[in-house]
Ligand binder design. Structure first.
Ligand code: CAA
Length: 285
């Protein structure tokens, strides 16, 4: 069954850019969120992003018009789900909420529809049963900013069918992304495990006073060729998100190395969450 219609649930940082990527890939895309203001904010941001692409000569006006024409938004999940061949859930990272969403999707989407979660912390096996169609459930994990980052981790659970993996792989390719397959669920998948290791080392170096965060970031950029240093990246991702990922991983592994780092805990306690709050490891004003 060819995928033509995509529903993205959640108009936050990830969901809105995933939806725009789908529309740019030529899919009829509905962005759904329970918050009308969040939908309006997403539309405004995506229209302004699209205008800047045209101004920079990166996309033609026609391509942008076509994508924005393919992208609609609604707060009505039942209506949005009716025609979906693929649902990408990018709602808040709470198991109870995701279970509720997947249980509902199992009832209101067509029987052939594939249900994917963009979650970086909750493996799809946790919501697969609730959907009533576990063979059609997997993680499709995009990276921030999703309009730019190429990688999509496709994580299969024990019951995910080969047909589901093949279908979502084809979608990722049509979005001009680079799909990678994670064959077995593991906390953090591939990218967040590697990022966690780098962040942990960077945080330890800073805490021990070995080097300043500026010099650690500079080293990552100029010695290792990373586009951003670990502190800049954690500020972009959000220190509350970094903290949440560590807590979720620790809950699964019980490994002390996965515990949130004291420097992160301290920043979160102070309300310094990174770019979004105006200050994290760096000030943003
Ligand atoms: N939304 C959309 N586009 C954006 C953007 C955003 N928030 N930020 C930057 N861009 C675009 C710019 O428009 C620009 O496009 P063009 O070059 O085509 O004109 C391009 O990205 C480069 O931007 P800049 O020149 O402003 O800045 P840069 O060269 O420093 O790149 C970056 C910015 C793309 C964010 C780059 O620094 C980078 O790749 N950083 C690493 C990002 C990363 O590691 N992300 C993964 C985070 S972990 C995660 O997401 C997983 C999780 O579960 C938490």
């Amino acid at each position: 069954m060819a995928i033509e219609n995509i529903l993205v649930i959640g108009a936050g940082t990830m969901g809105r850019q995933i939806a725009m990527s789908c529309a740019l890939g030529g899919y009829a895309t509905v962005l759904q969120d329970i918050s009308e203001p969040a939908l309006a904010a997403a539309r405004t941001e995506l229209e302004s992003w699209a205008a800047s692409r045209v101004a920079k000569g990166k996309l033609s006006q026609d391509a942008v018009d076509q994508a924005l024409g393919l992208l609609s938004q609604t707060a009505d999940l039942d209506a949005a789900a009716r025609d979906a061949d693929l649902v990408i859930e990018a709602a808040v990272e709470r198991l109870d909420i995701k279970e509720e969403i997947f249980a509902r999707l199992g009832k209101i989407t067509a029987a052939h529809a594939i249900l994917a979660t963009n979650s970086s912390t909750l493996p799809s096996s946790k919501v697969a049963a609730a959907s009533g169609r576990p063979a059609q459930v997997c993680n499709m994990h995009f990276f921030n900013p999703a309009l730019v980052m190429k990688c999509v981790e496709i994580v299969r659970n024990d019951q995910t069918s080969d047909a589901t993996v093949a279908a979502v792989t084809e979608v990722a390719q049509r979005l001009n992304k680079q799909p990678v397959l994670v064959n077995k669920e593991i906390p953090g998948f591939i990218a967040n495990r590697m990022m966690g290791a780098i962040n942990r080392e960077a945080l330890n170096l800073a805490q021990a006073g070995i080097a300043s965060i500026v010099d650690i970031d500079t080293t990552a950029r100029t010695a290792l060729g990373h586009p951003m240093g670990p502190f800049e990246l954690m500020d972009m991702v959000g220190l509350d998100v970094v903290d949440f990922i560590a807590q979720a991983n620790y809950a699964e592994t019980g490994n002390d190395a996965d515990l949130p780092h004291p420097l992160i805990v301290e920043k979160v306690k102070e309300g310094k969450l990174g770019r979004k709050s105006g200050e994290g490891f760096y000030p943003y004003n």
